[in-house]
Structure formats: structure tokens, C-alpha cells
Design a protein around this ligand. Sequence first.
Ligand SMILES: Cc1ncc(COP(=O)(O)O)c(C=O)c1O
Length: 423
Amino acid sequence: MDNTERHAHELDAAYPSPARSQFMQLPAAGGAYPLAAYFAGNSLGLQPVTTATAVNEVLGAWSQRGVHGHFTGEHPWMYYHEYVNEALGRVVGAKPEEVSVMNTLTVNLHLMLASFYRPTAQRHKIVIEDYAFPSDSYAVRSHARLRGYDPDEAIMRLRPRAGENVLRTEDVIEVIEQQGASIATMMLGGVNYLTGEWMDMAAITAAARKAQIFVGWDLAHAAGNVPLSLHDWDVDFAAWCTYKYLNSGPGAIAAAFVHERHLADRDIQRLEGWYGNRAETRFGMNPIIDTPSTAEAWVLSTSPTLAIAPIRASLEIFDSVGMPALRQRSLQLTDYLISLLDELATRAPLEIVTPREAARRGSQLSIRINTDVAEFAKRMDENWGVIPDDRKPNIIRMAPIPLYTSFHDCWRGADAVARELHG
Ligand SMILES: Cc1ncc(COP(=O)(O)O)c(C=O)c1O
């Protein structure tokens, strides 16, 4: 393994980034280079250069057309959320009618649980990972309470085996096979926010479906990161935000997936609002909803046009690169960063907790360093212009983003870790 800076430049010359020039690069806070090496795209993706144009197009239409913008112009706002369905479907492996952008992620998790948590006395448990993102824990606990169950009893948290960092697929499947009759719903992170573990979504979904459990995925860290086939895997529901790998800006609009199987079910439990009424009859102002057989039936409110414009810009980049090429680049970059960190680990107290197997990880590498990780991340930024992020208690997350991270960024990232650890 050639760990020199020269070799990093050679790799960049041999395998150029597919879309780096299409993203705004940040200035470096410190170190020898003018631009930051950005590894926090798993938290907030960089801004595409076309985002401002997309947002300005909406602002321009508003300034010129006022209320008529809802129905006229090149992109009438009334349908604005529908414009992204095809491209979004390609990113997550769904039919356009199975996805919709709406709300924010936690809200969408609630909307999905309203439909896909249907507890009965015998079958009322919800399964999540023990280290699920806090919002997911709060969401499932509140649904258990809402339906009259004790969350401490109703929520089942899956833990890795003693001494291990991540869940094993066979252990998850064993829980389903042995306790499935008591489980109503499973809601797991596709890629775990803390460990970077990519669950075997196909195998777990198949086992859960066989046990008649509704199975949903929080794809905050998976959408735009790893190839997904939500439709073919037969997933019941999913929800994800677009500010991470989907580069749509802080607090950007989220999305949800509902499998085609459920779309024609008129009696499904669901929280409803007027944008969940078919567009053709929405302005009929009827008291009884007329829902479409699409995921749009879960949309509640007026299309938040300004919030959707950034994701339109971002999805154009995903379409131009394509998920297969993106995945290939992601593996090249992470393999390279892993080998640089492995060399370091022989001399320094760090451990990569993300699974090494390609099929079990996306772009994010979670590195355990037993130090004050917030302080460590700050020093990487201020001293070397390298931006990772950190999660308590002891994880530094570094995600080389296939659309814009370079091999030289990875070299700088590993070099900054080394310098901070060795002093
Ligand atoms: C895995 C996961 N789930 C849920 C959330 C909450 O998202 P939001 O604040 O958009 O509701 C996050 C936020 O980072 C997350 O990483």
C-alpha cells in the first residue's frame, strides 16, 4: 500500500471525481490547502452549484406571477412535489408512484407508523436497533403510548452481541423467527447513523414479511449513499431526509416510500390532508377525501416549493452520474481510506467499527477514538482543514462522498487523524 501524498494525486488523475466541479467547496479553516477536505456529507451534503438557480427560478416566478404561479409557468407549484418522483425513485429503487417528498424525516416516520403500526393484544411490539437515532426511539415510543401500550414493554431494541460493534443479520432474523408472532412493526436504520453498518435490508425484509410483520426503513444514511431496491425487496415503507447524501440543504424536505401493494388500499389507516386528495379534484373542496393510488395520498399540505427546488437540482446530478457509478466510486474511496487508517491503527489507538465487507457499508466510516471526539473533530478542522463529524461517546465519522470527495481529500483526512493522534 502506497500511502504517499503523491500516490493520492496519481489516483485522482487516474480516477477523476464524477461531479466535484458541480459542488461548492468550502474554504479550509487551517492547514496547507485553501479548500477543506469535507467528510461530513453524511450529515449535511455540500451545496450543488445549481441550487441557487433552482431556488431563484421559484423566487422569480413568485415575483412575476404571484398566486398564478400555482397553476401557470414552466413548473406550476401545485404539482411541484411530483416533479422529483421519477429521479427520487431511481435513487431508492422505487416506482415514481411509490415515493413522495414531504415534511421532514421525523414527521414522515410518524406518518408511516400511523399506517404501519397496527397493534393487537397479541402482536404489538415494535423492533428498532438499540442504537437507533434518538428521534426514531422517541417516535416509536410515542406511537406505543398513543395506542395504549407501555413503551418499555412494547419497544424491542436489538443489541449487537457482547464485545461486537454491529448487529449480525442472522441474529436479527432469529429474533423475527422466534418472536415474530408478537411483533407488529420493525423500523430499522438502513445504514446505521453511528456505526455506518448497512443492514442486509433484503434478507431482513424478506424474513419480516414472511412473519407478517410490517417492515420499514429509516434511510437517512442510506438514500443516495448505497444502492437500494425498495420495490423489489418488498419493503412496506421507508422515510429519509435529503440534507445528507442528497445534498438539498439544512433541514431540507424529506421523503417517504410506500410499497405499491398498499397504494390501492382505500381503508388503510392514515393521517390525511388536502394535498393527499387527487390533484384533479383537490379544489372541489369536498369534505370527504378522494385519494390517488400513489404515495401522494400521504402528503398533507401545500407543496413547499422553495424547499423542493434544491432537491430537484441535486437529483439532476444523481441522474447524470447514476447509482452504479456512484457506488463503484464510493467503494474505491472508502477502500483507500480504510487502508490508510489501517496503517495508522498499527501505531495509534483507533478502531474502525464500520463493517469492512463492502456489502455491509456505504460511504461512512465510523472510527472509535477514545478521546474527547468533539474536541478532536474541532482540531482536525482548525489545524488541518479536514471536516469530519463526531457522535458521542467516542465516534469520529468520516464519509468520503462519491460525488465530490477526492483521493487527496482521503489522504488529508487520514493524515490529519495521524497528526492529531501522534501530536
Ligand atoms: C437516522 C436518522 N433518523 C432521523 C433523523 C431525524 O431527522 P429530522 O431532524 O430531519 O427529523 C436523523 C437526523 O439526522 C437521522 O440521522
